[in-house]
Design a protein around this ligand. Structure first.
Ligand code: PLP
Length: 435
């Protein structure tokens, strides 16, 4: 019989070693104090026999669920045949196969002729490479980033990130970035693209000529604000007019999370540089990529180096995601159907309680009005066996990041839990009072 309902365990046991040895920097584990043992699809299992629905998906790293059988088998076969695991940036069968699949299934059909640069394995490495390249190409220093943007934790990417708590960890000034208002930041009546255009065109505005704009089409960590297609097109034009490169950071919104492989597809914008990571490998293996127009490829050999550039195991599973999912129109149609279901269910919850929704595609959430309410909702969900997290400047948005492949009846069961949790929290029967 197919599982549709979670069965959480009541408590731990959580080994004491974490409190004794692991740094205080750990975060998700505090909200979900269990010892997880295995996972498949949308399900995670703990050491006490509990079973949880995962609507966090490694923060959009597991768009195809945990341990998808096709991806797992491709990797098992590769390891069994003693395929290369680590090869610096040497040519390998796995790398060539991934590049072939990327070219034929993703880039060419979309009219994109990008060069692929394998950076260090996490998203922030891809962002560092993107902004370094933009500065090198243009000879300019300033990057335009946007309010509520999140781009990573290393110093260059952190300078582009808005969140004060994260920025505070830097310990040095975060410079050479101007944070401009994102689409809708000043409400629906203020055209933030026009404001930026005005500032860049005014020789006395104090804003230097920028090397690049870096922007997320949907702000994953910053509260699921979704830029309109029109705003993105305007931003792309303004960047071009002012000699700046357009970097779309597709690390969270890409790989199908908003529908297309790239989140900017429906806007028609063709960025100069694109960053990808998270769900690129499809298995949760670390793997990041910076794509750019061939004319921008002015790197000299080894100029931007790293031991773990291109993870061969991730090449194998990433190529399998492209062939198994992205070559299949039914997959793309299925994502659209699930997105519609999510939109409809969240709109219903929001309407019932006078709340609002955010986001696009399979990257949507509910604004609970306060971080306390949102945190009470995620706790209430976890107690019922649903793993879900928050986002936004005050952590006030409860964010649904279910796998793109989730069965609709299981999806509905998880959304039922969310609906009940929101109702309980707002009727004050679950911890925190409604505002
Ligand atoms: N860019 C975006 C849009 C992200 O959402 C994230 C992570 O959440 C990053 C960059 C940084 O990626 P990583 O945590 O893999 O360094």
């Amino acid at each position: 019989m197919k599982m549709t309902k979670p069965q959480p365990s009541k408590s731990g046991p959580v080994p004491e070693i974490y409190a004794r040895r692991e740094s205080a920097v750990r975060s998700y584990a505090r909200a979900m104090p269990r010892q997880f043992t295995r996972a498949e699809g949308v399900w995670m299992h703990d050491s006490a026999g509990g079973r949880y629905l995962d609507f966090l998906s490694g923060c959009s790293t597991l768009n195809y669920g945990h341990n998808h059988p096709v991806l797992k088998q491709a990797l098992l076969d590769y390891i069994a045949a003693d395929g290369i695991t680590h090869g610096l940036d040497l040519h390998t069968d796995a790398k060539a196969d991934f590049l072939d699949a990327l070219e034929s299934l993703i880039l060419r059909p979309r009219g994109l002729e990008y060069r692929a640069m394998f950076t260090g394995p996490t998203g922030t490495n891809a962002v560092e490479a993107a902004i370094k390249l933009a500065r090198k190409v243009t000879g300019r220093e300033l990057i335009i980033a946007f309010s509520n943007g999140f781009h990573g934790m290393t110093l260059g990417a952190l300078a582009c990130t808005g969140n004060a708590q994260k920025r505070g960890g830097a310990g040095v000034p975060l410079s050479h970035v101007s944070h401009e208002p994102y689409d809708g930041y000043h409400g629906p009546d203020v055209d933030t693209a026009a404001l930026l255009e005005q500032r860049l065109s005014d020789p006395s505005s104090g804003l230097d000529a920028p090397a690049a704009f870096i922007v997320e089409t949907v702000q994953g960590e910053g509260g699921l604000n979704a830029a309109s297609a029109e705003w993105l097109r305007r931003i792309a034009e303004i960047a071009k007019q002012h000699g700046a490169l357009l970097i779309i950071d597709d690390i969270q919104a890409g790989c199908g999370r908003t529908g297309g492989f790239f989140s900017f597809e429906e806007s028609g914008v063709k960025p100069d540089i694109v960053t990808l990571a998270k769900s690129l490998s499809g298995m949760g293996l670390p793997f990041a990529l910076t794509l750019f127009r061939p004319e921008l490829d002015i790197w000299s050999p080894g100029e931007h180096n790293g031991t773990f550039r291109g993870n061969n195991h991730a090449f194998v599973t990433a190529a399998a995601t492209l062939r198994h999912f992205w070559a299949n129109p039914e997959f793309v149609e299925g994502v659209r159907e699930r997105s519609d279901l999510l939109e409809h269910r969240l709109a219903r919850i929001a309407a019932r309680h006078g709340l609002s929704t955010r986001g696009r595609g399979m990257m949507r959430g509910i604004d609970m009005g306060s971080g306390e309410n949102a945190s009470a909702v995620t706790t209430a969900c976890f107690d019922r066996g649903l793993i879900i997290e928050t986002s936004g400047p005050h952590d006030e948005i409860v964010k649904v990041l279910a796998p793109l492949t989730i069965d609709t009846d299981v999806f509905e069961a998880g959304l039922d839990i969310l609906e009940t949790a929101v109702g309980d929290v707002l009727s004050q029967s679950y911890g925190v009072a409604a505002e």
